[in-house]
Design a protein around this ligand. Structure first.
Ligand code: NAD
Length: 423
């Protein structure tokens, strides 16, 4: 039996901080800038009253953390989950700053979260929670201030409610206040698939680098939500063999490969549990899917899945992080020593925020692009960034994760120096 990971290993904020510190030190970042970038710019805790369907009044705790607006408005999702903590939201906000900087889009970093279990709430309860959360933040949000997007437990519908509530407060339609909206409300073609597509582009690039073939390349994916299911679907269509699938209900492994379209229909249209999917496969825990025989492992669910205790079990040649923070900093060294090629989260899942940026641009110009145009621009950003990160890693003799952080921190620090400190 593997030991349970030490509690401090599971603190995602510490995981974000350690990588920042290593990268800042290697960059020789001056002390003042280091201090400035280490801490968030603002944090708010909200106590959100919501009338439940049973007539009772419940108070939900929520957060919004603005880590940086140095390079542009804050950008980052809103998470609805039972285990949300302020530390987690802080870490996610920090990662957004680095992610936007690594793909070089003009945003800072932010993140929001509410402690709740959306699977146990009705649509009406979720709508009231979302609207009150947005109303409480109405002075903080805005196309030039802070622009939310979906994350774990929130969806296009949630973003539609955020937009509508904000619009009622500022008394004008403001589509650019959120991204990841339904297309009918100013969403972008290709946004739904964007994070999964970005994951696939990174996998394609990694295979090219390692001189491996795409056809039949075995992929195990943990997480079957927006990121995981879209990555699985697009990758299967492109010739990959999806041998592992998992969601909160558990995992499935089938060396012959799954028919992803049928699994999506099973989970999303028939509303059945992924682990009961009749398309074959051995049942296991959601985490174990990442440790099965495969060429590429894609964690695309939650944080802290690959730890010091289990990193030795990764059999893949490539680890491409679709989720934020799926690998603890203690696990990094083990993964590196095994020669596994890592695409770190701030690169691997940056396709989402890149197309969110395209959505914001389209909303602001009131002119919408065809899906092919969106996908081509996404491809350009992702391939260019991948090449930059890998080149930087080779030149500076650091791993891909630290290279991505160094590139990002350097960009934010340069912008900060140009702006100066307003006193
Ligand atoms: P989602 O809510 O659509 O899906 C989450 C998936 O993870 C679901 O299949 C759920 O069942 C599964 N899951 C939850 N807890 C689990 C557990 N303990 N073990 C195994 N599986 C579990 O969320 P999403 O938008 O797909 O986000 C997934 C990850 O990707 C998160 O880390 C998120 O921050 C990150 N991310 C999302 C986007 C985006 O555009 N949606 C962009 C960048 C990064």
């Amino acid at each position: 039996m593997p030991q349970a990971p030490a509690p401090e290993e599971m603190n995602v904020y510490q995981n974000a901080e350690v990588r920042f510190e290593v990268a800042a030190q290697k960059l020789g970042l001056e002390q003042g800038l280091y201090r400035y970038l280490k801490y968030p710019s603002k944090e708010v805790t909200l106590y959100i009253p919501v009338g439940l369907d049973n007539g009772q009044l419940e108070i939900f705790v929520g957060y919004r953390v603005l880590h940086s607006t140095v390079r542009g408005p804050g950008k980052g999702g809103i998470r609805f989950a039972p285990d949300v903590t302020l530390d987690e939201v802080r870490a996610l906000a920090t990662w957004m700053t680095w992610k936007c900087a690594v793909v070089n889009i003009p945003f800072g970093g932010a993140k929001g979260g509410v402690i709740c279990d959306p699977r146990k709430m009705s649509r009406g309860e979720l709508e009231r929670l979302t609207r009150r959360y947005t109303a409480e933040l109405s002075e903080w949000l805005g196309p030039e201030r802070d622009v939310p997007a979906p994350d774990v437990g929130t969806s296009e519908q949630t973003m539609a409610w955020v937009m509508d509530t904000y619009a009622m407060h500022v008394r004008q339609a403001t589509t650019a206040v959120v991204t990841g909206k339904p297309i009918e409300l100013g969403g972008s073609a290709g946004r739904r698939e964007a994070t999964g597509r970005g994951v696939m582009i990174c996998c394609d690039k990694a295979l090219e680098k390692l001189r491996m073939k795409r056809d039949g390349c075995r992929v195990a994916i943990q997480g079957f939500g927006n990121v995981g299911s879209m990555a699985a679907k697009l990758m299967q269509e492109a010739g990959y063999k999806i041998v592992g699938l998992a969601d909160i209900s558990g995992g499935l492994y089938n060396e012959k490969g799954f028919e992803v379209g049928k699994a999506i229909d099973w989970v999303y249209n028939q509303k059945k549990s992924l682990t009961d999917y009749p398309g074959g496969g051995t049942k296991m825990s959601a985490r174990d899917v990442l440790f099965q025989p495969c060429d590429i492992a894609i964690p695309a669910a939650i944080e802290n899945q690959i730890t010091e205790q289990n990193a030795k079990n990764v059999q893949a040649r490539v680890l491409c992080e679709g989720a934020n923070g799926p690998t603890t900093w203690q696990a990094d060294a083990i993964i590196e020593s095994k020669g596994i090629f890592t695409v770190p989260d701030i690169l691997g899942n940056a396709g989402g925020v890149t197309v969110s940026y395209f959505e914001w641009v389209q909303d602001r110009q009131g002119f919408f692009w065809r899906e092919q145009e969106v996908n081509e621009r996404l491809y350009d950003v992702m391939t260019h960034t991948f090449d930059q990160v890998v080149r930087y890693a080779e030149t500076h003799k650091v791993n891909n994760r630290i290279a991505a952080y160094m590139l990002a921190i350097d960009r934010v620090a340069s912008a900060l120096k140009l702006r100066g400190i307003y006193a």
